[in-house]
Design a protein around this ligand. Structure first.
Ligand SMILES: Cc1cc2nc3c(=O)[nH]c(=O)nc-3n(C[C@H](O)[C@H](O)[C@H](O)COP(=O)(O)O)c2cc1C
Length: 439
């Protein structure tokens, strides 16, 4: 099928008229908000949109935290910060949508221009700075919408720290927003990874994040799934520290990742609208340049948690291939923002069709079966110490596994019974170091 967006509209918007991205964004949100309203015309438009943009297939259904997602592709945070189009996202084919980032206090965000397309790189640079109407306004809006109709897809709400709030008072700021919005979100996200609020990313450090998560979980009376969204620029050790906290506070999962502050590998040298070198422009990069790093982060979290922690994968998803890479790296759900801008409203349907083809090619019966396929938990059971391939126990384990039938038997046992490593380790060491044992 010819895609009118990619064929006609995108060249006009991006190249011919070079429409201002933020203005265009506002002009898109308006009709989408209208689409969700009750009324006969809206019903016709909804039916048309559903026929154009939606794809239903039992193999795409995902279950997580007791919620059912009709497909794994969600709208990433930042697009609908104030929940104006909360009802529309299901008509555009998304399996879920994340509203926000919302902060406790309304704030205007950074001065414009603050949103730029990097067309050569299939990327976006943004330094919006959490422009939003505040958590009380979002709660009021969602109360009004929910009174008429609850969205047919799960809705996440992404919480950020108000710029006016000191870093030391961050926990109370997040708590206040959470308390106001708790009835309206199916899951909640603690956003500590935006590069556009001064100091925010320092909240990812364990000593800052710990009290925020403790405060939110203490407020979480009805056990709503609570996730943390992390930056792609963290080191492996920093990611591991977040994972440890997430586990300690029994959080529901991690969203990987937010935009990157890295500028390596970009084709764009100067930002056309400011004339400044791209390195000199503050903000986060999203889209294609983020794709690989975000997948690596997903892979790392999946291995480190032995596949036990749900991961929402986001960063540079444009096609079914991109989505498949993230699912097989370990993401159980996905989100897109920049891909949807570049690929247009038919993107989700096209991507889901492609995912069904991937499932058939890999002889999987459902998305659930494909999660972590490329990371393979059998591998992490081969590396029972968490995947430091150079470490002494791993070398020992590998040597034993390759050299002997007992190694194969041990791997079989571990595949069937994860956690049996300590039981196997002692005889394995004896076997390896004692000549009389291994002949
Ligand atoms: C213009 C813009 C605004 C964004 N605003 C937010 C935000 O408010 N909160 C948030 O958690 N992420 C925000 N993001 C990050 C996205 O949710 C997503 O994590 C990131 O863009 C990577 O995905 P993508 O490559 O599909 O865009 C924003 C991204 C863009 C491009």
């Amino acid at each position: 099928m010819k895609d009118p967006y990619r064929q006609w509209l995108r060249p006009l918007i991006f190249n011919r008229f070079k429409l201002d991205p933020e203005r265009l964004h506002r002009q898109v949100i308006g009709p989408l908000a209208w689409l969700g309203q009750p009324g006969a015309t809206q019903q016709l438009a909804q039916a048309w949109a559903q026929q154009q943009f939606c794809l239903a297939d039992q193999r795409l259904v995902q279950s997580c935290w007791g919620l059912t997602f009709s497909n794994p592709m969600g709208l990433a945070a930042g697009f609908d910060k104030d929940g104006e189009a909360a009802l529309a996202w299901s008509w555009l084919g998304f399996g879920f949508a994340e509203l926000g980032t919302v902060t406790r206090w309304a704030q205007p965000g950074n001065p414009p221009p603050r949103l730029f397309r990097l067309v050569e790189d299939e990327a976006v640079l943004n330094r919006m700075g959490f422009n939003n109407q505040g958590s009380a306004a979002l709660a009021d809006r969602l109360a009004q919408i929910w009174a008429v109709q609850r969205p047919p897809i799960p809705i996440g709400i992404n919480l950020g720290k108000s710029k006016a709030t000191e870093l030391a008072a961050a926990a109370e700021d997040y708590r206040a927003s959470f308390q106001q919005l708790r009835p309206y979100g199916d899951y909640f996200v603690v956003n500590v990874s935006s590069p556009n609020t001064p100091g925010l990313r320092s909240l990812q450090a364990a000593d800052h994040l710990d009290p925020i998560l403790a405060t939110l979980q203490a407020e979480n009376h009805d056990q709503k799934p609570l996730l943390v969204k992390i930056a792609p620029d963290l080191s492996w050790a920093e990611i591991d520290a977040v994972i440890d906290l997430v586990t300690a506070h029994r959080l529901a999962g991690i969203i990987a990742t937010n935009t990157t502050i890295a500028r390596e590998g970009l084709k764009t040298r100067l930002l056309p609208s400011t004339g400044q070198p791209i390195e000199a422009e503050p903000g986060g990069i999203s889209g294609a340049p983020l794709r690989q790093r975000s997948t690596q982060v997903i892979h790392h979290i999946y291995q480190r948690t032995q596949g036990h922690l749900p991961i929402i994968g986001v960063g540079g998803i444009f096609t079914a291939t991109d989505a498949w890479e993230k699912i097989t790296a370990g993401a159980c759900l996905l989100q897109a923002y920049t891909g949807w801008i570049y690929e247009g409203p038919w993107m989700v349907k096209r991507l889901l069709q492609g995912l069904l083809t991937q499932l058939e090619q890999h002889q999987c019966h459902s998305i659930t079966e494909a999660v972590g396929l490329a990371t393979s938990l059998v591998h992490s059971r081969f590396w029972p110490w968490g995947g430091l391939p150079g470490s002494a126990p791993t070398v020992l384990w590998l040597a034993m596994s390759i050299c002997s039938d007992s190694g194969l038997a041990a791997r079989g046992l571990l595949a069937a019974k994860p956690g049996a490593e300590p039981v196997l380790l002692c005889p394995a060491i004896l076997w390896f170091i004692c000549p009389s044992c291994n002949g």
